[in-house]
Design a protein around this ligand. Structure first.
Ligand code: FAD
Length: 336
């Protein structure tokens, strides 16, 4: 299924959530994830899951393997795909395999910045006839997928509520500077937007407002799905926020710092922090674009914190009662 169709089919005031997984390095890891996927798909019932892609195609086989496993669990799957530093044949294989597996959703990303070029020269050099590498930015991938596959895939693109941070070329993060490019890649054929994770919920809500009010109108009614990373441990929290240049508001930082020696308390504080963020976003109905509210969790393949959060925030959809199932089956039945 396309996730955009699933979102459209929900009541406007509904909420939903999705889970991100990465391909484990070992067979044992994959086995563990297998069991976890089974529990999470049955117990938590995410609207969809996403599978990450190692930059440069480093996890191509494993990502496709995991995507196939997700599909076999009956989970609607979004395959992440990057386009730089990777041969076009890997990209073509991934898209073709995704289609064969029945996957209908791709999150189109750039990945690491193109190699062998000074960053600022990259666009001109590569676009000026370097046919070896047609992919410089995510927009190039969006256009390519649309050209090759028409409307078969629902395409998602990434956005950064605090502004994009380029590690190799550090400049101040600035959502206004990113805007023309985000507008351009959305207009090129994106069906949904997924964001970098954040802890500054006010920054997220103003970002959403900023996009919804953009004069171009391209963000008016596109699903914008906020990214959330549960706090798994003090070390992971510190490392991921630093690596991704994600701000931690003082009020949140102090909650986590006070308990940093106690792993269980860190997790518990983290669950509270995430719960508050989610409730705040649920409440900001004026920036939702009139769409159901979705939340995307970067799970790091871990189950417990996410399970607590979706439970506490009442994000787990009810299982249809046997009556509703019967009606649905009747609707789709041969009409006897
Ligand atoms: P782009 O949209 O290409 O933007 C990159 C930068 O270039 C931005 O600053 C943008 O403003 C600027 N820019 C865009 N177009 C132009 C232009 N024409 N001229 C000048 N500047 C321009 N990485 C992985 O390797 N694997 C994953 O699975 C993965 N999953 C992710 C999931 C999400 C939800 C997010 C938010 C990120 C993910 N990433 C992943 C990271 C991502 O690949 C990096 O952040 C990457 O550096 C940027 O990707 P992008 O698609 O946002 O790039």
């Amino acid at each position: 299924d396309k996730i955009t169709d699933k979102i459209k089919a929900l009541p406007k005031d509904a909420t939903y959530f999705s889970l991100e997984f990465f391909p484990p390095k070992t067979q044992a890891g994959l086995q563990n994830l297998h069991a976890r996927l089974d529990r999470m798909s049955k117990g938590l019932r995410p609207l969809f899951v996403t599978v990450t892609w190692g930059a440069g195609g480093s996890t191509a086989t494993k990502s496709l393997e995991l995507a196939s496993l997700c599909q076999s669990h009956g989970l609607t799957t979004v395959l992440h795909l990057t386009c730089t530093n990777m041969s076009k044949s890997i990209l073509d294989d991934a898209l073709e395999n995704a289609k064969l597996m029945g996957i209908r959703n791709i999150l189109a990303l750039r990945g690491d910045e193109p190699r062998q070029h000074e960053y600022l020269d990259a666009t001109e050099q590569v676009r000026d006839g370097n046919t070896e590498n047609d992919f410089v930015y995510a927009i190039d991938l969006v256009k390519y997928i649309r050209k090759q596959y028409g409307e078969y895939f629902a395409i998602g693109v990434a956005a950064y509520p605090e502004g994009y941070a380029e590690s190799a070329y550090p400049v101040a993060q600035d959502v206004a500077r990113d805007l023309p490019y985000l507008r351009e890649k959305t207009a090129a054929g994106a069906d949904f937007i997924m964001t970098q994770f954040f802890y500054d919920v006010e920054a997220y809500i103003s970002f959403e407002k900023f996009l919804r009010n953009d004069d171009s109108g391209v963000f008016k009614d596109i699903p914008i799905i906020p990214g959330l990373m549960p706090v798994q441990s003090y070390q992971i929290f510190k490392r991921t926020t630093k690596l991704c240049s994600v701000k931690v508001p003082a009020s949140i930082s102090s909650k986590i710092e006070t308990v940093k020696g106690d792993d269980e308390m860190v997790k518990e504080q983290g669950i509270q922090v995430l719960t508050e963020i989610i409730e705040k976003i649920k409440g900001s109905t004026d920036t939702s674009g009139g769409l159901p509210r979705g939340f995307h969790f970067y799970t790091l393949n871990l189950e417990k914190a996410v399970a607590f959060i979706v439970e506490r925030c009442s994000l787990i959809p009810e299982i249809p009662t046997s009556n509703e199932v019967a009606v649905e089956e009747d609707d789709e039945g041969p009409g006897l």
